[in-house]
Each structure stands twice: as structure tokens, then as C-alpha cells.
Design a protein around this ligand. Sequence first.
Ligand SMILES: O=c1nc2n(C[C@H](O)[C@H](O)[C@H](O)CO)c3cc(O)ccc3cc-2c(=O)[nH]1
Length: 337
Amino acid sequence: MKKLTVLSGGMGGARFLQGLLHGITTGALPGVDADAEVTVVANTADDWWIHGLKVCPDLDTVMYTLGDGIDPERGWGRRDETWSAKEELAAYGVEPTWFGLGDRDIATHLVRTQLIDAGYPLSKVTQALCKRWLTPAWGDRVRLLPMTDDRVETHVAIADPESPSGRRVVHFQEYWVRLRAEVAAETVVVVGIDDSSPAPGVLDALTDADLVLLPPSNPVVSVGTILGVPGLRDALRTTAAPVVGLSPIVGGSHVRGMAEQLLASIGVEVSAGGVGRHYGARSAGGVLDGWLVDERDADQVADLEQSGIRSAAVPLMMTDHDATAAMAAAAIGLVGR
Ligand SMILES: O=c1nc2n(C[C@H](O)[C@H](O)[C@H](O)CO)c3cc(O)ccc3cc-2c(=O)[nH]1
């Protein structure tokens, strides 16, 4: 296999990509060429215009992670970061003071915003930023594509006794960063998704792939939003490539993030099997050929197989690059020709 395509959200997706690339370069992935190319189709519905800057969390987390500029503890933003601009904005009383924009990170948003204001589409802007972050380490073997060039934003409706309607809608970043996803998400609305179209290269990256991987990213606001871009589901349904995913839910809860709260808001069972069935078997109009669950969820394999999705239970904790590469190898083994 030479062409792998990965639908990625933020931290879970970026961590998986590190292990996948480690597996490729160490030859640990069965049937994958050492010079295989990886195309990442990243979620952009977390994007947020703040202080006049366009912040693209999932694009930047993948870009910084694969370019070794990420802050490894936080899993977002830059290593060796300083916060002077953030402190100065707070001193002026400019909201939101709760969103951590670091000085180094702001440079990325300034470059991106200038290029967007000059009329370049997000995909071209991302390509330009990746010249710094991906090219030195990966040449043109790793491509990072936004799912769409159109503006799409995830907003969350939450209960709010103070408001006349009893609810309030907040941007996903406020829900996640300020509210820490500690309030129930009544509804998740992805504004603009229905009018969006796949960014250049995205559909080809799915139809021309030898393998499509769904890493353990959030099935609602990361992979879910990518699949929500018109045309993407169909491309997954029709590609000749096997499509295999890895469960972000282990032992009945998410490893990190807020998948539990958001799955509840769309009525999907918070379980490895529940998410797999939510994506659905390709033979039944869904997008999956295979779905890996953690060993703790081995009892859910039979049900998944019943619903037409090949399944296996393997260790799914991305404790280090070798562990993650083993997960990728198991995913390939599950659907390999
Ligand atoms: O928990 C936080 N996450 C922060 N994130 C993470 C972000 O909320 C998540 O990475 C995604 O939106 C969800 O995957 C940032 C990401 C950026 O690209 C830029 C700034 C931030 C700031 C924060 C923050 O202050 N707190």
C-alpha cells in the first residue's frame, strides 16, 4: 500500500498519526511501503475567529505535532510558549480571557489570517504553513488538507435558566475550554456544513487511497463533522480502499476530550460498539469495513461482526509510538486484502 488517508480531529488524531508514521518508517505496518504517502483530512469545524484571527485548532494540532512544535503536555499550541499578548489583552479587559492564545501560536494565526484576507483558500494557506512544519521532516510524503475551504463552525446548545428560551448556544471552543464540557450538550449544530464542499484534493484522497483510517478522534465534533461535508460519506462508501476505524471509546468512556457528552446529545450509545455501529457498515450504507475495539471491549466484537463490520479487540491505548504503530498494524491486518 502506498496511499493512506486519515480523517483526523485534534489530539487523538495527531497522536495516532505520529504512531502511524513511526510504523511506516520502521516497516512495522504489514503491506505498507516504506515510502508510503499519508494524506490527512482534518476537521475544521472547531475553527474560531477570535481577536480578528482565524484559529484552526485541529489543523494546527496535526501540523505542530508532526512538525515537533507542539506542546507535548497540553497537546495543543506551541512548545516553549509565552503568553504576553494574552496577558495584555486581559489587562485591557478584552474577552475571551479564558482562551489560551500563546505568542508563538499567534504568529501562525496572523500569517493564516493575512493569507485568507488576501483571498487564498484555507487549503492553500495550510499548504503554505506546512512548508515550515511538515516539509523539513516529511517532504511531500505527508499532506494536510482541511476538510473544506468553506467556513464551518460547531456550536453547542446548552441549558441556560437565565435565557427566555431556557437555552443558549455557545461556540464549541467556549463549550470545551470555558465550560470544560461540564454541562450537558442539548444539541450540536455545525453551522455552514450543509453548504460546504470538500476542499481540493479531499475526495481524490479518499477515492484514490489504498487504505482509509478513522483514528480515535471524537466521533461527533471531529470525524463526525468531516463526514458531514457533503460528498465525503459517498466517497467513503464508493472508494475501492478498505475503510477501518479505531474506537475512541474504551471501557465505556472516552480516553480524553468530551466524546461522552456529545455522543449522548446525538443519542449514540457511549461504547466502542455503539460508535462503530453509528459509523455503520459499508455493506449497510455506512462507512466502515472494520472497527478495532480495545481488549476491555472484546465482548462487543460479536455484535459488530453481526452488523457487517469486521472487528477485533486489541490494546488501543496510544502509550507510545510503538503501541500506536501496533494499533495501526492491527487495523490494516483487520481489513488487509
Ligand atoms: O483546553 C484548552 N484547549 C485549548 N485549545 C485546544 C482546542 O480547544 C482543542 O484542541 C480542539 O478544539 C478540540 O480538539 C487551543 C487550541 C488552539 O489551536 C489554540 C488555542 C487553544 C487554547 C486552548 C485552551 O486555552 N484550553
